[in-house]
Design a binder for this molecule. Structure first.
Ligand SMILES: Cc1cc2nc3c(=O)[nH]c(=O)nc-3n(C[C@H](O)[C@H](O)[C@H](O)COP(=O)(O)OP(=O)(O)OC[C@H]3O[C@@H](n4cnc5c(N)ncnc54)[C@H](O)[C@@H]3O)c2cc1C
Length: 449
């Protein structure tokens, strides 16, 4: 484990001074002390904000320990550092290759910035998370996902990565050329190296509509779970776990010319909403993307929240577990047993479908998944006390927790549930033998078993 003392031991004061003066202009003020939710304060002494890949290389070479920071939307300490943070926010280039159907972005680019730029040129990415505010590099590092029976997580669109490794060299990995290393590095948890650039697969742009239904009985999921999730390109179910009820069903459909986009009044016994809704009952829908089957570009329908507004509730914590989709109903019923313990601390639960992939540390690795998500009230003590109870209910399903959200699953269990854990450790040891990009989160959850 690399800690502050080791950093000071392995980096001479002269070297530290040199780094500081060289990047002083690029240094950030203390704006990044906390994560987005404000539930944790980062421990880094300083944050570097380089303006070029060469500057990233220099900084990485000279620091004994450093960790990349994206847009700080993770809820746990995965992005934390006891020494140095590096923000790639100034690496914001977007290079479209229309012939290859790819876009290469600097690691500071957020999905919200990318989407309109490629849309206007006739392109789209296959999916987005519930919010567009996150960086692409930070999202793929934790296997961030949207929904859709056939949609892999956002990292499955990565075609190539440019990574600054511990020695300060550039390592380029591509899907076609470097299969194994590539599959290991894409969902890299920030520990393989500092991603400088990401190349994503594109597809032709598309329009979408969004329809919301209210009050779907959980009974309907026993035999129709797959059909319900297959009723749109991306489907989300929201519940507060009470009354055996899914409070809202959000169906996002691709719009094809000539198709009828009238709203069917009923969906498996649920009723069509007649106004825009927020997934959390009672909150204003003003920050939500347009519903009621109004057509719009993919990037204004796939996320639940608009770019220029606060996503979700704003004051919250999040947790999420991935279970095999063919056991999804069983897993829902298992969690439901805890409803009276969960609901008092819950803002909302969201259920989504994520397609299997072959990225080693993905929560959907080789498993078509149902993702069971909890948006909690900002009550950390109560939430952390509740998580082991939920995890116990989900243990028979070998539930894999989302890397960027709160969980308490033991490292030995994480190792048992991620078949490629040993290979991932070997990959980290190969590229970063001194643990330059490690932190307490990686030490515990990856190397702690
Ligand atoms: C309101 C809200 C809604 C959310 N909705 C969803 C959702 O719909 N689906 C979902 O799956 N998740 C969701 N999340 C979680 C979020 O998508 C993930 O935590 C994501 O990883 C955050 O990306 P970020 O840019 O903020 O990265 P950070 O949280 O800053 O960092 C995450 C990880 O990425 C690493 N990293 C960042 N940049 C680089 C780089 N350049 N090189 C190497 N490593 C890097 C960091 O070191 C860290 O390990 C949500 C979070 C919030 C707050």
């Amino acid at each position: 484990m690399t800690n502050k003392r080791q950093f000071l031991k392995t980096t001479t004061p002269r070297a530290v001074g040199a780094i500081l003066s060289r990047v002083a202009k690029a240094e950030e003020p203390v704006a990044h002390e906390t994560n987005w939710a404000g539930n944790l304060r980062y421990n880094a002494d300083q944050i570097f904000a380089p303006r070029s890949v060469e500057e990233v290389q220099k900084i990485v070479k000279e620091c004994a320990s450093i960790r990349a920071l994206g847009s700080r939307h993770s809820f746990n300490t995965i992005a934390d550092s006891l020494t140095n943070h590096i923000s790639l926010q100034h690496l914001d280039t977007i290079e479209l290759d229309e012939k290859a159907y790819t876009v290469t972005v600097g690691a500071g680019v957020r999905y919200g910035a990318l989407a309109p730029v490629i849309d206007v040129k006739g392109f789209a990415v296959h999916n987005l998370a519930s919010l567009p505010h996150i960086t692409i590099a930070g999202a793929i590092a934790t296997a961030t996902h949207g929904s859709g029976m056939k949609n892999g997580n956002l990292a499955t669109a990565v075609r190539a990565l440019e990574i600054v490794t511990a020695s300060g060299e550039i390592l380029t990995l591509t899907r076609d050329r470097d299969q194994d290393q590539f599959n290991g590095a894409v969902v890299g948890l920030g520990a393989v190296g500092i991603i400088a650039k990401v190349t994503l697969d594109l597809q032709p742009r598309f329009d979408m509509t969004q329809i919301v239904y209210r009050n779907l009985s959980i009974n309907q999921l026993e035999h129709n779970l797959e059909a319900i999730f297959a009723s749109g390109y991306s489907v989300s179910l929201f519940t507060n776990w009470q009354n055996h009820n899914i409070n809202q069903v959000w169906i996002k459909r691709r719009r094809f010319a000539g198709e009828n986009h009238e709203i069917a009044p009923e969906f498996y016994g649920a009723n069509a909403a007649t106004e825009n809704l927020h997934p959390i009952d009672g909150l204003s829908a003003v920050n939500c993307t347009e519903q009621l089957s109004v057509s719009g570009p993919w990037y204004e329908r796939l996320p639940h929240f608009k770019m220029n507004f606060t996503p979700s509730s704003g004051a919250e914590l999040q947790t999420e577990y991935f279970v095999p989709r063919n056991r999804g109903y069983e897993a829902i019923v298992a969690v439901e047993q805890l409803r009276d313990k969960i609901t008092p601390h819950l803002l909302v639960t969201e259920l989504r479908a994520v397609a299997a992939d072959d990225l080693w540390m993905s929560m959907a690795y080789e498993r078509n998944s149902l993702a069971i998500h909890f948006t909690w009230k900002p009550e950390p003590a109560e939430v952390m006390a509740l998580l082991p109870k939920i995890e116990e209910k989900l243990a028979p399903f070998q539930a894999r927790p989302h890397w960027g959200k709160l969980f308490t699953v033991a490292p030995s269990q994480l190792a048992a549930r991620h078949p490629k854990m040993a290979d991932f450790k070997a990959l980290l040891n190969h590229h970063d033998p001194q643990g330059k990009f490690s932190n307490k989160f990686i030490d515990r959850n990856i190397f702690g078993a």
